[in-house]
Ligand binder design. Structure first.
Ligand SMILES: [Zn+2]
Length: 280
């Protein structure tokens, strides 16, 4: 079986029953054998072997869960302001460590940006082992956010629509994507984004796979849809170019063929996973 998208595998036992029990949480924090995630340059530290690095517990603000029978914690670190800095680290990160890396990074991002209550403006305090914050003034409870993004391949008679954003490296084309909006289903968001960015109408939206993307807190929802007509009207503020490509062209790009009509997205991206899934 093909591996899941990077970041998507099961992480550790998140042990929610411990989070909600302050006494058990205090016991597990004080117990011997716990480990605290090491951070380096504003990111969870990754050793030369691709594994996350750990140290004895000193600041157990965030309870990440239980791994290999050991409780795992992280301090509420301030993540690196430039997410791009993470990508060198990700190149060496082991696939099975990626979900925990994503959870720790997204959670730390959220804490660093939610020190004050969105309801009344007073200070908030960490509770539930870092999986919520509560306002000291009005008692409002705030939960870590996840921002859903749809990312999709539109298909028309054996060809796929790919687009290029201005900031991509030369030659790169990828799946179109956009944030879900309140009151919208995944299917409606896919149809709206393809209409807005490429001017095409689609039907038969199907879900393929999803991927947490911790920069800072996206959930990429990978889909496929069927275009009714291939004529394009591009929104050039979003994508500077788009094209329809067939299976042979997609396979050539995935294989790194210099003669391919485009350069495929990088291996960590769910866009590449969607292309591989389609190309067979
Ligand atoms: Zn408040």
């Amino acid at each position: 079986m093909r591996p899941e998208p990077f970041f998507s595998a099961l992480g550790i036992d998140r042990a929610d029953q411990v989070r909600v029990d302050p006494q058990r949480l205090a016991e597990i924090t004080a117990a011997e054998g716990g480990r605290q995630l090491l951070w380096r340059d504003g990111l969870p530290a990754v050793g030369n072997d691709g594994r996350l690095e750990w140290q004895p517990v000193s600041a157990a603000d965030l309870f990440l869960g239980v791994q290999d029978g050991q409780p795992r914690f992280s301090a509420a670190e301030q993540p690196h302001a430039n997410a791009r800095a993470a990508f060198d680290t990700l190149g060496t990160l082991a696939r099975d460590e990626a979900p925990l890396f994503a959870a720790a990074l997204s959670l730390a991002w959220w804490h660093s940006r939610h020190l004050f209550c969105a309801n009344c403006g007073a200070s908030t305090e960490i509770e539930r082992g870092g999986w919520s914050r509560r306002c000291a003034e009005c008692s409002a409870q705030h939960f870590p956010r996840v921002d859903p993004v749809v990312i999709m391949l539109a298909e028309h008679e054996g060809r796929l629509l790919l687009g290029r954003q201005p900031q991509y490296p030369p030659g790169r084309y990828s799946a179109l994507a956009g944030f879900l909006e309140p009151g919208e289903s995944i299917e409606a968001a896919v149809a709206r984004e393809l209409q807005e960015e490429a001017g095409i109408e689609v039907a038969d939206v199907t879900y393929i796979a999803s991927q947490p993307w911790p920069f800072p807190s996206s959930l990429m929802i990978g889909c496929r849809a069927v275009a009714k007509d291939p004529a394009l009207t591009l929104d050039t503020t979003e994508i500077e170019a788009a094209m329809w490509v067939d299976r042979a062209e997609v396979r050539a790009a995935l294989g790194g063929d210099m003669g391919a009509p485009f350069m495929a997205p990088p291996s960590l991206a769910i866009a590449r996973y969607l292309l591989e899934d389609w190309a067979g």
